[in-house]
Design a protein around this ligand. Structure first.
Ligand code: CAA
Length: 285
């Protein structure tokens, strides 16, 4: 029997979690959006209000549609609010011990048929699954930033994920108007495994004063047709997130390509995290 996924949960309302909640609500699903405290919920809600406000300003959505979309979302600060969900997507920060705790708690709170998904970009879905009593219903659902815009969702299966769970999640991704790809559980999956070596290399070139940030970015935009240059893209992803992804991939592969460029760590320590902190390789209003 195909799962219908009428009510879905999102845990963690940072850039990705809020974007994922928007994608679900836009498709007409009831969404339960949870963060750890009121501040997190307010941040997620503001993100959604801004993003849907922009859609209204661009004539992609009218005010009534926006109100309907926002009305499909219930906000909360307790995982208990997710008890009635058919699917929960976890999008908390990229730390295994934190994600493992969330998965163990979701396993306790949610019904036995609820599918548990992680939006992790590099951590092991298999390892998250073993913190639950239902590893056969645990998958990766990896969206790309900005989630409301980019079409790709990587659906990650482990050696124990039930094939019908994978098929149902793929069908859901298509229903969201997105393009699914299915992949096994390996750090970086497909897109990040290919992308992050390139981004890291760009930081090293910048660090070596090989070219200005503008010229590095312009080369890839105008020479290769990329929508953004690598340094601007790192600012969009968040330097802290990029560092964590590189570090995880480096520890798994020991490939020097993924050894995080020292400049990344220095910028993070100085609080230059990219767009979200107002400054990274570039400065933002
Ligand atoms: N949230 C919601 N919508 C957004 C948005 C955001 N943050 N940023 C832009 N948009 C929307 C705009 O509203 C606009 O929508 P419409 O066409 O419906 O009007 C559309 O996107 C295009 O926006 P703009 O015209 O302002 O700008 P653009 O054409 O330059 O596109 C971009 C902006 C979509 C960010 C584009 O530059 C792009 O695709 N860049 C590459 C992003 C990328 O590579 N992301 C992957 C990062 S890796 C990752 O996410 C994985 C991981 O695990 C870290």
């Amino acid at each position: 029997m195909t799962r219908q996924f009428g009510t879905v949960g999102v845990v963690g309302l940072g850039t990705m979690g809020a974007g994922i909640a928007e994608v679900f609500a836009r498709t007409g699903l009831a969404v339960v959006a949870v963060d750890v405290d009121d501040e997190g919920v307010t941040r997620g809600r503001c993100h959604l209000e801004q993003s849907t406000g922009r859609a209204v300003a661009r004539g992609k959505l009218d005010e009534a549609g926006r109100a309907e979309l926002l009305g499909r979302i219930t906000w909360g600060t307790s995982l208990d609010a997710l008890a009635g969900c058919d699917l929960v997507v976890e999008a908390v920060p990229e730390r295994m011990e934190l994600k493992a705790r969330v998965f163990a708690e979701l396993d306790r709170v949610c019904g036995p048929d609820t599918v548990l998904a992680s939006n992790t970009s590099s951590l092991s879905i298999t390892e998250l699954g073993v913190h639950t009593g239902r590893p056969d219903k645990v998958v990766g659902m990896h969206f790309f930033n900005p989630a409301p815009v980019l079409k790709l969702v990587e659906v990650v299966k482990t050696v124990v994920t039930e094939p019908d769970v994978v098929a149902d999640v793929v069908a859901l991704v298509e229903r969201l108007g997105k393009s699914p790809v299915v992949i096994g559980d390996r750090a970086g999956f497909i897109a990040n495994a290919l992308l992050f070596g390139y981004l890291n290399h760009a930081v090293r070139m910048y660090e070596a004063r090989y070219a200005t940030r503008e010229d590095l970015d312009a080369a890839m935009r105008h020479g290769c047709g990329y929508p953004m240059g690598p340094l601007a893209l790192l600012d969009l992803i968040g330097l802290d997130t990029a560092y964590e992804i590189l570090d995880t991939m480096y520890h798994q592969s020991r490939d020097r390509l993924h050894a995080p460029a020292p400049l990344l760590k220095q910028m993070i320590t100085a609080g230059l995290l990219g767009r979200k902190s107002g400054r990274g390789f570039y400065t933002y209003d």
